[in-house]
Design a protein around this ligand. Structure first.
Ligand SMILES: [Zn+2]
Length: 185
């Protein structure tokens, strides 16, 4: 009961103090994606922010480094945030990702009882990514279930903000001559 009230209080405080989406956190995720890209990895970054606005953890997609098919940027960020918090729940926390979380990562945010998810590039853009020469060496396989659908069927409430800072996030995934006109603005 006390834990339940504590979670409710943390969520209420988070909603009062923090306004999401917040560009600062998506920029942090974008910088993480850029670092990952420069290291030859997937150009995807994720960030977990706590109820007070502190960045608890960041993540890059390191499936090839760890030989771990679950090592998506969002999973890494959630695991590290749980480790920092010494808790398996992250009440009041928000997950920011440059790319729409897959069903596994969206589910992980739900299992962690996070407050919300914000992402930049949606599944709808995946055909565009597949045309990009820059990252042609990567597999862009997606399970065709959107974050929205996973959230809709979730046993608990979690906010979802889609296509936030979409042009900048899309710019991470394309070469300059691949970019649609609105990316340069
Ligand atoms: Zn994922």
């Amino acid at each position: 009961m006390i834990q339940y009230l504590s979670e409710r209080f943390t969520r209420a405080l988070s909603n009062f103090l923090m306004k999401h989406p917040d560009q600062r956190y998506m920029i942090k995720a974008i910088l993480e994606a850029q670092k990952s890209s420069e290291a030859g990895l997937y150009p995807i970054g994720a960030v977990v922010v706590d109820a007070g606005g502190n960045v608890l953890a960041v993540g890059q997609t390191v499936v090839t480094v760890l030989n771990d098919p679950t090592a998506h940027a969002e999973i890494i960020a959630i695991r590290n945030a749980c480790s920092v918090s010494s808790d398996w729940y992250l009440p009041g926390c928000w997950l920011y990702s440059t790319l729409e979380p897959c069903p596994m990562c969206t589910s992980a945010a739900i299992w962690a009882k996070m407050e919300g998810i914000v992402f930049g590039v949606s599944h709808a853009d995946v055909p565009l990514l597949k045309m990009s020469k820059k990252f042609a060496r990567f597999s862009w396989r997606r399970i065709a279930i959107t974050s929205r659908e996973v959230v809709r069927r979730s046993p608990n409430t979690i906010a979802l903000i889609e296509d936030f800072m979409n042009s900048l996030c899309k710019g991470l995934l394309l070469e300059e001559n691949d970019m649609p006109a609105d990316v340069s603005t």
